[in-house]
Write a protein that binds this ligand. Sequence first.
Ligand SMILES: [Zn+2]
Length: 138
Amino acid sequence: MNLNNLKYKLMAFMQSRYGPDPMYKGLFAVAMVLIILNLFVRSSVLYFLAMGLIVYSMFRFFSKDRARRAAENQRYLALRDKTKKRLLLIKNRIRDIRTHRYRSCPSCKTTLRLKKQVGTTHVKCPVCRNEFEVEIKR
Ligand SMILES: [Zn+2]
């Protein structure tokens, strides 16, 4: 078998396979973090979890069920974006801890950033125009 033949066979093998996607990269990144963490913690649970993630990401990579893998990836992306937003909110709350308070609108659930003013404040939501009272204790 010459090299071109091998290349052709590899291409034919990969043609109907799903290949890499953001979820594949995410799974690999988490597995790498677990492996590095395991250098310090030395836990077989972490080790098998990391290996499981790598096996699962390889399974997805070589899978022929492209539609199902794409749907998984969409769910992964939604979860990733939601997590990013939550982390950003936590980061901002810590950054603004001296000057602002974050409260969600009881009507539309939008998180509002309010100037820290101890006592009860009348607030009008800029998104849904709902008016409500906010109590800031400290
Ligand atoms: Zn609102």
